[in-house]
Design a protein around this ligand. Structure first.
Ligand SMILES: CC(C)(COP(=O)(O)OP(=O)(O)OC[C@H]1O[C@@H](n2cnc3c(N)ncnc32)[C@H](O)[C@@H]1OP(=O)(O)O)[C@@H](O)C(=O)NCCC(=O)NCCS
Length: 150
């Protein structure tokens, strides 16, 4: 597995692959929570190449198997998305991607939200030391759970 940190704003071919992966991966979360209004399924090329977003990606040859994105703040990093191709689940890819974000944090906390009913993601974050902060209904009908890790 090769890990790299490309910028989709600079490479339209990569942005295409990322959008395809995002749609495949987040269809899994939509099924789990029973609602496909989640933001990652609404995004287009422009949104995925937004400025000030960091990406780390996992590749097997030319196949993009996983990606994580995050924003930096002075005292913490906000993890926006964690996605792994359904064909490559339970191979430790999300865990490796989270480790890359942890390295980039240089001691700052990590913050992440996921669907309250997304059991695989919740288990992933708990396994990596995240603690439950709160549940929130945003937008109406969609419950998310926030986690923080120091
Ligand atoms: C959640 C997701 C990112 C996990 O990716 P992954 O590469 O399969 O995760 P890992 O292999 O690193 O798993 C690490 C741990 O997470 C938990 N986990 C992951 N998938 C799980 C599942 N289907 N069921 C139960 N626990 C699961 C386990 O504790 C696992 O450790 P273990 O394999 O030693 O038991 C992946 O399922 C995914 O892309 N889902 C769709 C998008 C999504 O929901 N993203 C997160 C919301 S922001």
């Amino acid at each position: 597995m090769i890990f790299s940190c490309p910028d989709p704003a600079l490479d339209p071919h990569f942005a295409d692959k990322l959008l395809t992966l995002q749609r495949e991966a987040y269809a899994v979360e939509a099924d789990l929570i029973g609602d496909d209004r989640i933001p990652p399924l609404q995004e287009d090329h422009e949104a995925i190449a937004a400025p000030r977003v960091n990406w780390c990606t996992a590749w097997e040859g030319v196949d993009l198997l996983g990606a994580v994105s995050w924003h930096e703040h002075d005292d913490h990093l906000d993890i926006d998305k964690v996605m792994v191709s359904p064909s490559a689940h339970r191979r430790g890819i999300a865990s490796e991607l989270l480790a890359h974000v942890r390295d980039d944090a240089h001691g700052r906390d990590l913050v992440v939200s996921t669907g309250r009913d997304n059991a695989p993601a919740i288990k992933l974050y708990i396994k990596h030391g995240f603690q439950h902060v709160e549940d929130q209904e945003v937008p109406p009908g969609i419950w998310i759970t926030r986690f923080r890790s120091s």
